[in-house]
Design a protein around this ligand. Structure first.
Ligand SMILES: CC(C)(COP(=O)(O)OP(=O)(O)OC[C@H]1O[C@@H](n2cnc3c(N)ncnc32)[C@H](O)[C@@H]1OP(=O)(O)O)[C@@H](O)C(=O)NCCC(=O)NCCS
Length: 285
């Protein structure tokens, strides 16, 4: 094998682990199980750029059942940046993902602000900003917040359909059942009116998703999740158009620390952003 020849192919499991370490080195603080869950659900989503047999870059092209795609974890090894490797890998990933989706299916991504012009040149359109808020968890358990599976998977799965562009049951069940996660829901009039997940990350916890019908339900849910992880570092990613969400972040003492541009290729989904108080992840949608 020519040790300098570039190739692009699906990743081996050990390469996924390397990509996770690179993501941590970028300060993205991946959830402890995020990549393992995505790899179990969609092993073809992880793409390696190799020089010879050495991993020099990677990224994910997750397919939510062929109906909606998401690009994330776009990283070139730190010592090789600025030499157009990223351009090659990114365009090939987009082509590969489009082939994996139903005709006309949309693709989303949360990109760092500095790269927005590059993604726009590649055909993506800016939708809004997703802002990360961080702090230390403090909250009170709401007496009406119930844990999964007292709130059933069927309830959560059908509620989730209102806030995510495509069905994602196989992903969601693993997300809810990952080790160390807290999953809570609140019902109103016997119907689920909000649910949220706190999952352990390399540092502290992230809340995501947090979906709720009203800001009041969101506040009670976030407070209850915070109570479960009292005193831990916590992060919450909120779509900027959700003004009630931004106010809640301040109320819980969280401050803005980072952000991404949500961009779409093809049709942008019509999501109720006012009910999205926590994005599931910047990597998989
Ligand atoms: C982003 C990244 C994968 C690009 O790989 P690369 O091999 O350096 O990229 P290229 O040399 O092919 O350049 C690709 C484009 O990215 C732009 N770019 C790269 N890093 C940038 C930065 N920090 N700020 C602004 N633009 C940047 C380049 O200007 C270029 O755009 P252009 O074609 O319009 O000039 C690489 O820089 C990286 O791993 N960065 C850290 C992780 C990261 O931020 N990933 C993106 C998350 S959305």
């Amino acid at each position: 094998m020519d040790p300098t020849a570039l190739s692009i192919a699906t990743m081996r499991a050990d390469e996924v682990q390397t990509l996770e370490d690179w993501a941590a080195a970028e300060g993205w603080n991946p959830g402890l199980a995020d990549l393992a869950i995505a790899y179990a659900v969609d092993p073809d989503a992880f793409i390696a750029l190799r020089r010879g047999d050495e991993l020099v870059g990677g990224g994910s092209i997750f397919s939510h059942g062929g109906a909606f795609g998401f690009m994330g974890l776009f990283i070139i090894r730190a010592d090789l940046r600025g030499g157009k490797l990223g351009t090659t890998l990114w365009h090939q990933r987009l082509d590969m993902l489009r082939k994996r989706l139903a005709p006309g299916a949309g693709i989303g991504m949360d990109g760092v602000f500095a790269m927005v012009p590059f993604y726009e040149k590649g055909g993506f359109k800016f939708a809004h900003r997703d802002l990360r808020f961080e702090g230390i968890a403090h909250g009170q358990m709401d007496p009406d917040a119930h844990a999964y599976p007292d709130i059933s998977f069927a309830e959560i799965d059908s509620f989730d359909r209102c806030f995510f562009p495509a069905p994602r049951s196989t992903f969601l069940v693993r997300w809810l059942e990952q080790p160390g996660a807290h999953v809570l829901g609140i019902r109103q009039d016997d119907m689920l009116a909000g649910y949220g997940v706190a999952r352990p990350c390399r540092k502290g916890f992230k809340l995501g998703p947090v979906f709720a019908d009203t800001p009041d339900i969101a506040e009670r849910l976030i407070g209850s999740l915070m109570a479960k992880i009292e005193g831990e570092p916590v992060a919450l990613d909120i779509p900027e158009p959700n003004e009630a969400g931004l106010k809640l972040a301040a109320k819980f003492g969280l401050s803005e620390s980072f952000g991404c541009a949500r961009l779409y290729y093809g049709p942008a989904p019509d999501l109720p952003l006012n009910g999205i108080f926590g994005v599931t992840s910047f990597e998989f949608g």
